[in-house]
Ligand binder design. Structure first.
Ligand SMILES: NC(=O)c1ccc[n+]([C@@H]2O[C@H](COP(=O)([O-])OP(=O)(O)OC[C@H]3O[C@@H](n4cnc5c(N)ncnc54)[C@H](OP(=O)(O)O)[C@@H]3O)[C@@H](O)[C@H]2O)c1
Length: 309
């Protein structure tokens, strides 16, 4: 079958919204975690899922905007079951009972080279490492909730990646300032999400966990460019031609909820349809190597930490 063919008819376009995508799906009774639900595409994702009756827990750093989102949602949708959790790994016990769907939406584009308190390049840590760490914590709960789905909001920006199996190293993922370029860092972090998604699909699908990676749309007017002033100007100029937030959330909720995608895990999606991502030589080995290296980079910074089986 050609890479962009699926065994069912295409139902949505690049202009479909999250609400339209969810119209015929049943997600009532599901518990869904959305990282980065406090801003941009994440807000539209949380709203659409909560309005369809799912219990939605979202994370973010901005407490006041998150509380405002909940207040507004409770006014427009009094039955909405939505809760905010500051992205604080010490509080993860809140979501340890049941977790049917996890959406890794939080992300950043670093306009300049920044090093985190753990010593890693910030875009790589925020987009990949911290969310993989979170996934490690959530794994037992996800496995108790199967059939479960994991959704990575990646980006078509991953096409600027320079990662290959030969070049893969800790320095390639988290380079020092002199070798660090914002677009390259973003591209590599987003490519890592696609590779991790494929790895998860291969290793966890026999237990009932499926994984998806996707592109939400180009230059959607959000806060992603908050650290890059030229980017804000581009986003403003492009706004009439790009997706709205509701359209930007459509492929995310499609991957999270569409019944027809239950056995389509491991693929990359754009405009609510399958799409071919960058594929390297020895791709399967690259997926494995990225998973192992990322886990090592976590363990190196968390003494005594044991990755859950
Ligand atoms: N906008 C686009 O055109 C576009 C295109 C391709 C892919 N994407 C992807 O779409 C996803 C959503 O981005 P967006 O455009 O909606 O951007 P956004 O408005 O900046 O939202 C990003 C979200 O991530 C959270 N976040 C960022 N850094 C964080 C950190 N250090 N710790 C915890 N949470 C953090 C933010 O939380 P706080 O605000 O509370 O800090 C916010 O909720 C990202 O993964 C992005 O790469 C966006």
């Amino acid at each position: 079958m050609a890479a962009n063919k699926l065994p069912f008819k295409r139902r949505f376009t690049s202009r479909s919204t999250a609400t339209q995508v969810l119209q015929d799906e049943t997600i009532e009774g599901k518990t869904i975690l959305v990282t980065g639900g406090s801003s941009g595409i994440g807000v539209a994702t949380v709203e659409a899922l909560a309005k369809k009756g799912a219990t939605v827990i979202f994370t973010g750093r901005n407490v006041s905007s998150s509380e405002e989102l909940i207040r507004n949602l409770k006014v427009s949708t009094p039955f909405a079951k939505v809760d905010f959790m500051p992205l604080n790994l010490c509080s993860l016990k809140d979501v340890q009972r049941k977790l049917d769907i996890v959406i890794f939406n939080a992300g950043m584009f670093g306009g300049s080279h920044t090093v985190t308190e753990d010593g890693y390049e910030a875009a790589f840590q925020v987009n990949v490492l911290s969310q993989l760490y979170l996934l490690n914590f959530l794994k037992p709960t996800i496995f108790k909730s199967t059939p479960a789905r994991i959704v990575f909001v990646s980006s078509d920006g991953h096409r600027g990646t320079n990662l290959t199996l030969e070049k893969l190293s800790e320095e390639a993922l988290s380079p020092p300032s002199k070798d660090s370029y914002p677009w390259r860092q973003y591209a590599n972090s987003k490519y890592c999400q696609i590779l991790l998604s494929a790895y998860i699909q291969k290793h966890w699908s026999s237990s009932g966990v499926t994984s998806y990676a996707l592109h939400p749309g180009h230059l959607i007017a959000t806060n992603i460019v908050r650290e890059w002033s030229l980017g804000s100007a581009f986003a403003w100029l492009a706004k009439p031609f790009t997706k709205t937030l509701e359209q930007g959330a459509a492929t995310t909720v499609y991957c999270a909820a569409a019944a027809e995608l239950a056995d389509q895990g491991g693929k990359y999606w754009n405009h609510c349809w399958v799409c071919e991502p960058v594929v390297r030589e020895q791709q399967a080995k690259l997926e494995e190597a990225v998973w192992q290296l990322c886990q090592k980079m976590i363990v190196d910074k968390v003494p005594g930490y044991i990755i859950p089986e």
